[in-house]
Design a protein around this ligand. Structure first.
Ligand SMILES: Cc1cc2nc3c(=O)[nH]c(=O)nc-3n(C[C@H](O)[C@H](O)[C@H](O)COP(=O)(O)OP(=O)(O)OC[C@H]3O[C@@H](n4cnc5c(N)ncnc54)[C@H](O)[C@@H]3O)c2cc1C
Length: 315
């Protein structure tokens, strides 16, 4: 038995190893490497799986459910609050699941795997004069699976909003390993999904009931901060489109469980594929530098600067 691991974890790893094509590592060296991310936390994982394809992730999640061992999806590991360290099996998607599957230039969307790094994605989009809107400063290492799961954004959030505003659809694995395709559903389609057997139907029924209840909607309204740049907690506010929380209406207000997975930090489902909205690259970039005697003085004029409609204001 591996030191520091209980029998269930050893049985889990032994059961899983022959079922995956990717490397499954539980040596102390690998575990130590993956015990840190960009945060100040350090927690030793049980092991690390480098899935070769979504089937490996599915096998890991099915076995994890059987042995009741936590799993932790990871992309670039650039999270700042310990999101990718835990006593769990880490699923590192950055090694193999980092491909662009399709770019649709005419309709401005792309399908990608969760491990692709944002800068690499944008480099492939550049010849088409397209890019992914949100621009977290970690774009040279952060992967789209992590960016979506943290609902990240960057200095151009004034024009592009949050990552959740740019996620159209996703392929995920639920907590028992069931694959599901989360996409916008109209009323009839939602009812069909709610009638499904198994974990997927259960989730559609639970979320639709939860968010359909007036008392619950009141709780979501009361508990949601009134600013749009928010990424804490589950994204239930994105299911309420009556102007009481956000004053702008989303382009597509149909029921889409992808909204809930954005910002869920890997706790609700493991993403195996994303369909992302793309934006046109800016035609021109202009930089204005203003000097201020104090930090406070620079902050005080931000409202005035915003009236000039900049794409970013950096202090
Ligand atoms: C130098 C630096 C600058 C940064 N700048 C910004 C910034 O400008 N704006 C900003 O918003 N953030 C910023 N961040 C933090 C930012 O949130 C992360 O960089 C980025 O969102 C995470 O990407 P990642 O690939 O490293 O994800 P990871 O850290 O690997 O994972 C992030 C979360 O996503 C989950 N996850 C990963 N893959 C999957 C998957 N396939 N399925 C389900 N869940 C998954 C993980 O479990 C974790 O909870 C910065 C961080 C650093 C270190």
């Amino acid at each position: 038995m591996l030191p520091g691991m209980d029998t269930a974890v050893n049985d889990f790893l032994n059961d899983l190893r022959p079922r995956v094509a990717g490397d499954l590592r539980s040596d102390i060296y690998t575990r130590t490497l993956y015990s840190t991310d960009a945060s100040l936390y350090q927690v030793m994982p049980y092991g690390v799986l480098f899935p070769r394809h979504a089937d490996d992730m599915q096998a890991a999640i099915e076995a994890a459910a059987k042995y009741r061992v936590p799993i932790l999806p990871r992309a670039g590991g650039s999270s700042l609050a310990g999101q990718t360290v835990n006593t769990a099996l880490v699923l590192d998607t950055s090694r193999w699941l980092d491909q662009i599957l399709e770019i649709n230039v005419e309709e401005s969307w792309a399908r990608v795997q969760p491990g692709i790094v944002l800068d690499a994605f944008n480099a492939a989009l550049k010849p088409h004069n397209l890019q992914f809107g949100p621009d977290p400063a970690s774009s040279n290492r952060a992967g789209l699976g992590g960016i979506v799961s943290n609902n990240a954004t960057g200095s151009h959030s004034i024009v592009y909003g949050m990552t959740a505003d740019h996620v159209l659809e996703m392929q995920v694995l639920l907590d028992d390993g069931t694959p599901a395709h989360f996409r916008p559903l109209d009323g009839d389609e939602l009812r069909q999904h709610m009638a499904k057997d198994g974990r997927e139907g259960e989730i559609y029924r639970a979320v639709a009931t939860l968010i359909g209840d007036d008392a619950n909607r009141q709780i979501v309204r009361a508990g949601t901060p009134r600013h749009w740049r928010r990424c804490g907690g589950y994204n239930l506010a994105r299911f309420i489109h009556d102007g009481t929380i956000d004053h702008y209406l989303p382009q597509d207000s149909r029921f889409n469980l992808a909204n809930l997975v954005c910002g869920a930090e890997g706790t609700l489902a493991a993403i195996t594929e994303l369909k992302l909205k793309l934006v046109e690259r800016p035609k021109l970039a202009v930089l204005a530098i203003i000097e201020f005697p104090t930090l406070l003085a620079s902050l005080e004029v931000v409202p005035e600067i915003l009236e000039t409609q900049p794409t970013a204001v950096v202090n």
